[in-house]
Design a protein around this ligand. Structure first.
Ligand code: PSU
Ligand code: MN
Length: 310
């Protein structure tokens, strides 16, 4: 006989998140890699609070997700957010890393892939981030494609983002999302956003006009097959990074990563950090701005979804 599978790793829900979920009130998941590895310390700490506040403005309860001492936490206390934002050695955990962290009692920040999985398992239907991982520009040689894409192909939730990080190969990433049957919809646009800039140069087939339509697309997706609905929410043009500055600093950051021989999961944090410094903080301001906008919209979509279920 086969040994029976062990019970799934215990997940701790914060009291507020547990209460909201059991009452059917709207909840929005937030990832922690963006805090620990995407934004510089100490600015990341204020950003963490601001993102949670933006979810509340949208009408939902925020649930920032991280793994602490081997235990997935959905909804963090202020002290737990301090830990995530202050520890320079915190691991970056994708889905494949979760079992190791659980078994060895390790702590780490969760990426889009692992946050989506833990959120859906907890019964959360909406997730806000900055930009998704995707296909890297040298992927033909390196095979570097974020696990975010495959994770989203099998996880049922709405992900609100400003597209994929513009350090990536955006058209190739959209092709892979199509192959993986991930639903991608623009928010009030069919222009696919370029993270720091409003227009990535790629277009989408579909757009939704308001949070209720986004919620309706997700309800239809959930009834059809597992998999995510990506709501691509561009920055307004007057809030984007200057496109000329954007192209210049990205080229420099990618060249620096190449020269430093950075590989694997260190590529994204290295490049984001290089951009923040090369742009003298301009990319950081825009990065935080777009995450806040996504968090607020995600709150509105979660509220529309909760309304629908009623
Ligand atoms: N979006 C941001 N900043 C980030 C990330 C996304 O605005 O730091 C993180 C996310 O956690 C995403 C991860 O899942 O980068 C992708 O990393 P990789 O390319 O190694 O899969
Ligand atoms: Mn990668």
């Amino acid at each position: 006989m086969h040994a029976t599978a062990p019970p799934p790793a215990r997940t701790v829900l914060s009291p507020e998140v547990a209460e909201a979920l059991s009452a059917g009130r709207p909840v929005v998941a937030l990832e922690s890699t963006l805090l620990a590895h995407g934004l510089p310390r100490p600015d990341n700490r204020a950003a963490a609070d601001d993102v949670e506040a933006a979810v509340r403005t949208g009408g939902a309860v925020p649930a920032t997700i991280a793994v602490l001492d081997g235990v997935p936490h959905v909804g963090l206390t202020a002290e737990e957010v301090d830990r995530v934002c202050a520890d320079p050695d915190l691991a970056k955990l994708g889905v494949r890393d979760l079992p190791v962290a659980a078994a060895l009692g390790l702590s780490g920040a969760t990426t889009v892939s692992s946050t989506a999985l833990l959120a859906a398992a907890a019964g959360i239907g909406v997730f806000a981030t900055g930009g998704l991982g995707g296909v890297h520009r040298q992927a033909v040689d390196t095979f570097d494609e974020s696990a975010d894409l495959t994770a989203l192909s099998r996880t049922s939730l709405v992900v609100v983002c400003a597209g994929v990080k513009s350090i990536l190969d955006v058209p190739a990433t959209l092709e892979r999302l199509e192959s993986l049957s991930v639903t991608v919809v623009g928010y009030r646009t069919t222009t696919f956003p370029g993270f720091y800039v409003a227009d990535s140069g790629s277009t989408l087939d579909w757009s939704v006009a308001d949070p209720a339509q986004a919620a309706a697309v997700f309800a239809a997706r959930r009834a059809l097959a597992p998999g995510a609905v990506i709501i691509a929410n561009p920055l307004p043009v007057d809030e984007q990074l200057d496109p000329a500055l954007h192209d210049r600093v990205i080229a420099g950051a990618l060249a620096a990563a190449e020269q430093a021989g950075v590989r694997g999961k260190d590529v994204t944090p290295f490049v984001l950090d290089h951009l923040h410094r090369a742009s003298e903080g301009a990319t950081l301001v825009v990065n935080v701005r777009l995450v806040l906008r996504n968090a607020e919209l995600a709150g509105q979509i979660a509220a529309a979804l909760a309304e629908d279920v009623r």
